[in-house]
Design a binder for this molecule. Sequence first.
Ligand code: TRP
Length: 357
Amino acid sequence: MSTREAILTGDTPTGQLHLGHYFGSVRRRIELQETHDCYFLLANMHAYTTRSDAPNEIYTDTLEIVRDYLAMGIDPVKAAVVLQSEVPAIAELTFLFAMLLPFNRVMRNPTLKEEIKVKGLGENYSFGFPLYAVGQTADILAFRAHAVPVGEDQVPHIELTREVARRFNKLYCGVDENIEDDDPIMEEKGVFPIPRADVGKVGKLMGTDGVNKMSKSLNNAILITDTPKKVKKKLGQLYTGRQSMTDPGDPDSSLMQYVELFIKDEARAAELKDKYVRGDNIGDGHIKVEVAESISELLAPMQERRAEYEGNDDTIIDIIRDGTARANVKTEETLAMAKEACGLGFFNRSISFGDSK
Ligand code: TRP
């Protein structure tokens, strides 16, 4: 067995990934896959919590995420790409963890509340919708992950996960609740390490509307597959509030975040920023064109890699099958440990997860 620490993170299939995913978490994953046991979860069951009427879309969206992973540089040999719906331990742990969390505690999760608002769910969400937050704690703990590379918006979910892990270790393993996360007792006596959120340097990439966080559902995202023409058009629509070339610009605007991130030549980025902030005869349009070109340069090699997998579903499914098999080895071990600890260790079960087709 590997002694390397496990990393778990995931994505809900909602369409294609965008630059917010890349900077928020995927860039970090590409570093981590070299040094850690990485599991990247396709959270397809989570997609059903709000779109259970669209199973075919969820199916294709799931495959598209894998194409984006490969495009951005995730290596399926180094990291396991895992299909959530074929990891039974996650579903079982979700049920168990649901008992460890007060209902009101789950509903207080700010990320859930925000989603209810943004998606206009009102009071008409399924029972399964808030349950996904409990499910996410199981996603992470099933792998006994030590760290979770995520964007800022996911931090409340990691907080909830930490609470579940501590509660389980205390209730069923007698681990004192006051010991530090990294005290060796936590793992010697307890089942679960207390995972930390590993938030990327760019925890929140702004969208091309210039107002909100980049998000597919807000239609302000630059997709990995966007052509140079599309990128240019999207940048053109970015709102800065500036009226003229001599208006002093806001250094914290989305446009300036883009300049810092995408203009590779640091001296050039500093010059653009300086001129913009002072309103020194520099138009938004000019800066946008330069930024758009840099973004397309970043995307070009990704799009080239992605093209290799276009239309080739079998290869993608092989990658998922392999990663999921590796995941089931790890998560079944966790499940056995957890069941033993919480009084469900009646006998060792043996289920084969081979391909039945
Ligand atoms: N909720 C995450 C998102 O919407 C996806 C996700 C599911 C996830 N399970 C996870 C992220 C476990 C980190 C860890 O982006």
